[in-house]
Each structure stands twice: as structure tokens, then as C-alpha cells.
Design a protein around this ligand. Structure first.
Ligand SMILES: [Zn+2]
Length: 200
């Protein structure tokens, strides 16, 4: 097999955090706490200890400020669930990957969990996406500016083809090219949720 074919054979779902609960926990820790663990009870960051007793499950921590224990799932939709975290990440990815999302039946078949579990997972995830502050408020805050990579802005152009009728124009020829310097000064009032995607 050629190297190129081998590379193409690896899908996004091949990542270890989709298949191993420990890797999933570490992945979520990096996403949720990019600057180090934060106590979900008091917001403390200074005195966080990993609990390593025999009865402690992996990732369990204790906050020296409020003396409470926590793990990365506390305060998230994954909290208190017996479903392995890597399956939760797969479900999150599948629900966000397609524009139309995914039904509980599809998830039940793909993940190999019961329909009842799949239903519970899709409902929790949809509620979380609905309530996420990122969808409620404009990106970066009301009237604030955001930064983006080079992109094209403009509506869909329409062109009339004889015998065919009106068709959407393809390409970016009649759109405005915006680079990272100019877009920085564009205040964002509203962001369509279809434009947002999760990166796993
Ligand atoms: Zn605390």
C-alpha cells in the first residue's frame, strides 16, 4: 500500500480519544483546562492535587482551597454518566459533524449502545448545544471584534441559464476577499450557528 493511501485510510474517528476512555479524559482535560485544572466548585487553580489512592478513579482531583473533589466531567453534560467518555466524544462528534445532526436511532446503531442510552445522550448533547453561551451571544461579545483567517464574504450570486433557469453561481469571483488584517475591524453582530463547528 502506498503511503498516501495509508494516510487517507485514517479518518477523524480513528483518533485515540474516540476509542480509549483514558485518552478521552486527557483530551477533555486539555480542551477544558488549557491553562491547567480549574476547580469547578470555587474556581481555584493554585492548589489542585491529583488523588492517587487505590479507590480513586483516574483523573480525580482535590482542590486545596475548598477541599472538594472533582474530575474534568464535573459541570459538563458527561457528569455522572456510566457511558465511557470516549463514546460521549464520538456522539458529540457525530452530532456536530453533519448539518442535520444525527438521530438517536442512528447513534444507537453506530455506537452499539442501547436505544435508551443513545436517546439520553442525544438529548443531553442537544440541550448543551442549545444552552451554550456561544450560541446565545455574538462571537466575542456584543459589538466586539473577532479575528479570523482569510475568507470570502458575500451572498450567493444567481445566474440565468437558458433552458435551465436560475442557478446559484459557483466560485468566489464576485465575493469580497477579506484577510486577517481587515476582518479584525469588522464588528460581529450575529453569527449563524451553521457557521460554527466543533473541532475534535
Ligand atoms: Zn475549590
Amino acid at each position: 500500500m502506498l503511503m498516501a493511501e495509508r494516510l487517507n485510510a485514517v479518518s477523524n474517528l480513528s483518533s485515540l480519544h474516540f476509542h480509549d476512555a483514558g485518552a478521552a479524559r486527557e483530551y477533555l482535560e486539555n480542551v477544558r483546562w488549557p491553562d491547567g485544572p480549574v476547580c469547578p466548585h470555587c474556581g481555584g487553580m493554585e492548589k489542585i492535587y491529583v488523588i492517587k489512592t487505590k479507590s480513586a478513579w483516574p483523573g480525580l482531583r482535590k482542590c486545596g482551597d475548598c477541599r472538594k473533589q472533582f474530575s474534568v466531567t464535573v459541570g459538563t453534560v458527561f457528569e455522572g454518566s456510566k457511558v465511557p467518555l470516549n463514546l460521549w466524544l464520538q456522539a458529540s462528534y457525530l452530532l456536530c459533524a453533519g448539518k442535520k445532526g444525527m438521530s438517536s436511532h442512528q447513534l444507537h446503531r453506530i455506537l452499539g449502545v442501547t436505544y435508551k442510552t443513545a436517546w439520553f445522550m442525544t438529548h443531553r448533547l442537544r440541550e448543551a448545544m442549545k444552552d451554550a453561551p456561544i450560541y446565545k451571544d455574538p462571537m466575542g461579545g456584543d459589538g466586539m471584534t473577532v479575528e479570523a483567517d482569510e475568507t470570502f464574504i458575500g451572498g450567493i450570486g444567481w445566474v440565468f441559464h437558458s433552458g435551465v433557469g436560475w442557478r446559484k453561481k459557483r466560485g468566489t469571483g464576485d465575493k469580497h476577499k477579506v484577510d486577517s488584517k481587515t476582518i479584525r475591524d469588522v464588528p460581529v453582530k450575529n453569527v449563524n450557528r451553521d457557521l460554527l463547528s466543533f473541532t475534535f
